[in-house]
Design a protein around this ligand. Structure first.
Ligand code: SF4
Length: 588
């Protein structure tokens, strides 16, 4: 293999690009397995379809990196999507994109695994493949090309991506992916061909391929892998490698819980990460010790989908504060459900440094909340904010969505309800409100998978109303880009035809579309790609699906059955809550 040493290859040109150290590797904690003649190691590229500064803040990448490198037969190295200036340098010097640890050209590895956490990353996937001289379409790959697959929350509807990925792994990597790749590494050592490796991978029950069938692969549906050992098994060193430059999230992270018990009907992550599993306090404290003493972090996020639902989170924070206060370490709980957020939690959160107070409300109307299966007690919220103010917090962040499937009247619209609620909260508490409003995108594998997505025009009208009706001195309002939501809808529920629209948009120059400013520039290119498609793309994105329709993601199961989602939809119509999920519940 012709390894690429970026310092030798690019010389002083490297300093002409932004953040050159993001292309050189060599960070503390990176794992280098030197190449030896015929070492027979399975070369795996852990790819992220966005830039280094985003990717190095992503826990999944580091978990997979650590998990695979524990296997002696596997050499797992990282690759990220370059910024445009480095893309130009690669092209000018005719250098293929390479992995960071030992500079393996991407087209010479055995397998490339993309972590797709959000659907809009797909143009980043194509960019990485293209720059690595790997054919973009799976049909064009031959016996010497790498196997290309994806995994992650953003890939549970594989249909729009099926032209690009040879396979998709559904579910948690620790739930079986390491073992199947280890098996492939042994097969490679024994001389297996690419076709044989791919056929073996496709036989894994968690792997989706476009030609799955009981006869060919042993299953006609891919089932989500769940890591049973989340609570019992040791934690991987998911804080290494330590990035050389400041990344978007440069604090320590400890995953205290996986899964969320709440079952909000619009929520895809809530289904993807079921069931709720919590790590012991001891394990969390030991890990924090390493984050502080080995990696030098002084701010630590205790992450999960809904951290206030961690059993005895107040007690956990109390213990952490009493151990680490002397080292000036502060702890944050990034995602808090209002009803599980208590005053003792608030007290502990402010102990060392005041982190942000964030409340995900979605909609403040009580009947609509019953539809979502998410109650937010306003009186409790007011009490929390009043207490927070007394303890020195002066601002709070609120998240809302518009475009949820509610029956509106002229008097009662989503935007009016949000504005009235916020004015009332602000009036009562006098807190500075940072408001963030997004457009709801119906997600596969949820009770709302069939509903209509609102058009960009409707979304614009609603968001504008909110911006214009909240006084500037008291409210800072941010609204998600409507084009972003619209394009995300293409991938979220699209079928195979969406793949060719994506391919066409990429060929026209669309890159890094998860970034609002990139996407805004790329919109004319996306519009051209829509216009050239042989079907009405806009209608397909927005239309309501019939309950009897075969959906593009029916060949994937995240656990619950379609009957469960339909039942949840009916309960939504009846405005009835479904109790929280228990490990042994029948939410299937
Ligand atoms: S609280 Fe609701 S929205 Fe948040 S992760 Fe859980 S199910 Fe999803």
């Amino acid at each position: 293999m012709n390894l690429i040493n970026p310092i030798e290859r690019f010389g002083s040109s490297l300093i002409s690009v932004q953040n050159p150290s993001t292309y050189t590797g060599g960070e503390i904690g990176s794992i280098v397995k030197p190449h030896r003649e015929n070492d027979g190691l399975f070369n795996f590229a852990m790819a992220f379809p966005d830039t280094y500064t985003i990717g190095m803040s992503n826990q999944a990448i580091k978990i997979i990196y650590q998990g695979l490198n524990k296997k002696s037969n596997i050499r797992c190295e990282r690759v990220f999507c370059p910024e445009q200036d480095f893309e130009e340098l690669l092209k000018k010097t005719e250098t293929p994109l390479y992995t960071l640890e030992t500079g393996m050209p991407l087209n010479q590895v055995d397998m490339i695994g993309f972590s797709v956490g959000y659907e809009l990353g797909i143009t980043g996937v194509l960019s990485v493949l293209d720059l690595g001289n790997v054919p973009l379409l799976k049909k064009d790959r031959g016996p010497d090309d790498p196997i290309v697959f994806a995994g992650g929350v953003g890939a549970t509807n594989p249909a729009p991506f099926s032209a690009f990925f040879d396979a998709v792994f559904i579910g948690e990597a620790e739930g079986g992916m390491f073992e199947i790749i280890e098996k492939l590494s042994q097969m490679k050592k024994a001389g297996a061909s690419r076709d044989e490796l791919l056929a073996e991978f496709a036989r894994c029950p968690n792997v989706w391929t476009s030609n799955m069938s009981v006869e060919k692969t042993g299953h006609s549906k891919a089932f989500r892998a769940v890591w049973e050992g989340f609570e019992s098994e040791p934690m991987l060193d998911a804080f290494y490698p330590l990035p050389n430059i400041r990344t978007v999230q440069d604090h320590g992270v400890v995953e205290i819980m996986r899964g969320c018990p709440n079952g909000c009907r619009f929520c895809h992550a809530g289904v993807y990460y079921r069931p709720q599993r919590a790590r012991s306090k001891k394990k969390i404290i030991d890990y924090c010790r390493r984050l502080v003493n080995e990696a030098g972090f002084r701010e630590i996020s205790l992450t999960s989908l809904s951290s206030a639902d961690y059993p005895d989170v107040g007690g956990l924070l109390n213990e952490l504060n009493s151990i680490f206060k002397i080292q000036n370490v502060s702890f944050q709980l990034p995602s808090l459900k209002v009803n599980s957020f208590t005053l003792p939690i608030l007290e502990e959160l402010g102990e060392v440094r005041k982190s942000g107070l964030t409340f995900a409300i979605e909609t403040p109307d009580e009947a609509w909340q019953l539809r979502l299966n998410k109650e937010v007690y306003t009186a409790h919220l007011v009490e929390l904010i009043e207490e927070a103010k007394k303890r020195g917090w002066n601002k709070a962040k609120f998240y809302f969505m518009v475009g949820l499937p509610f029956s509106e009247t002229e008097e009662k619209t989503e935007e009016k309800v949000i504005v009235e609620f916020l004015k009332d909260i602000q009036e009562r508490t006098k807190i500075q409100c940072h408001v963030n409003v997004g457009t709801f995108i119906p997600k596969p594998h949820t009770a709302y998978q069939w509903v209509r997505q609102i058009s960009p025009e409707e979304s614009d009208r609603k968001l504008r109303y909110i911006r214009e009706n909240l006084p500037k001195g008291k409210f800072r309002v941010g609204t998600h880009d409507i084009a972003t939501s619209f394009i995300e809808g293409l991938m979220s529920r699209g079928d195979e035809r969406a793949g060719m629209v994506i391919y066409n948009a990429y060929k026209k120059g669309c890159r890094l579309d998860a970034w609002e400013d990139h996407l805004r520039q790329n919109i004319p290119l996306w519009e051209e790609a829509f216009a050239e498609a042989p079907y009405d793309v806009k209608n397909e994105i927005l239309r309501e699906r019939s309950k009897d329709e075969v959906l593009p993601w029916d060949s994937v199961s995240l656990g619950p059955s379609k009957t469960f989602y339909k039942r949840e939809w009916d309960r939504n119509e009846q405005e009835v809550l479904t109790p929280v999920c228990k490990p042994d519940c029948d939410h299937k």
